[in-house]
Design a protein around this ligand. Structure first.
Ligand code: ASP
Ligand code: MG
Length: 254
């Protein structure tokens, strides 16, 4: 039995049909005998829409209120996903960043994670529940909601995986992993089956945007294996692993 953290990005949970599809995949992973914690992004363009709404009211909104607003997106997707899992016949429990124990510094809109103490998530997993955690958010020392910067859910997922001692952190997106070039522009681009952190960081700085830079640095610091794959296909994706790890020893590769 493995402990798996799965992160689903905004395009994977863009509408209720997508959320139901993701729920099936989560439950399938659980049914294989794994413990599963899920980190979700906001549905589709929700975060952009919230920002537009805010700016249509106040061209210079207070940072605190902006973060309060933006954390709402992930609350919607986490609770709907928990319901979709319930409808599939499994038990799920959703947690905000605060409930999941994400403590950050005070930089609204670009907060850094200081500590993750996911006691409630651990408790849910030990009771046999699937835990769903809102990505991209935490609380500062004052107890106010903070966000981690755009694309921050990847970092939430890796930080949770590290704090839980997970065997792998799977990052589900809308492409089949990491390619040698953008396959939409370069048709001869090839999927990279397995790669180390350093090489990804080099690629990221020349514009690859499959993974948030900070998430890869976090994974590297704690040697957390990542599996980047599509939630729309069953293809194998890309493993981002420490040098010297035999990828076949990792769980849930099929
Ligand atoms: N929903 C946030 C964003 O769009 C966080 C994320 O998707 O990772 O930036
Ligand atoms: Mg998003």
């Amino acid at each position: 039995m493995a402990l798996i953290v799965q992160k689903y990005g905004g395009s994977s949970v863009a509408d209720t049909e997508s959320i139901k599809r993701v729920a099936k995949r989560v439950v399938e992973t659980e049914k294989k005998g794994n413990k599963v914690a899920v980190v979700v992004s906001a549905m589709g363009d929700t975060t952009d829409d919230l920002i537009d709404q805010a700016l249509s009211i106040d061209s210079n909104p207070p940072e605190r209120e902006m973060d309060m607003l933006m954390t709402a997106g992930e609350r919607i997707s986490m609770s709907l996903l928990a319901m979709a899992i319930h409808a599939e016949g499994s038990r799920a429990h959703s947690f905000t960043g605060q409930q999941a124990g994400f403590f950050t510094d005070a930089r609204y809109g670009a907060a850094h994670i200081k500590a993750v103490r996911p006691d409630r998530v651990k408790n849910a997993l030990s009771l046999g529940d699937i835990a769903i955690v809102a990505g991209f958010q935490g609380i500062n020392a004052k107890g106010d909601a903070t966000t981690l910067g755009r694309g921050g859910s990847d970092t939430s997922a890796v930080a949770l995986a590290v704090a839980l001692g997970a065997d792998i952190c799977e990052i589900y997106t809308d492409v089949d992993g990491i390619f040698t070039a953008d396959p939409r522009i370069v048709p001869s681009a090839r999927r990279i089956p397995s790669i180390d952190y350093e090489s990804i960081l080099e690629m990221a700085s020349c514009g690859s945007k499959v993974l948030a830079l900070r998430c890869v640095e976090y994974a590297q610091r704690f040697n957390m294996p990542l599996h980047v794959r599509s939630s729309f296909s069953r293809r194998p994706g890309t493993l981002v692993v420490p040098d010297g790890i035999a990828p076949r020893t990792l769980p849930n590769l099929d």
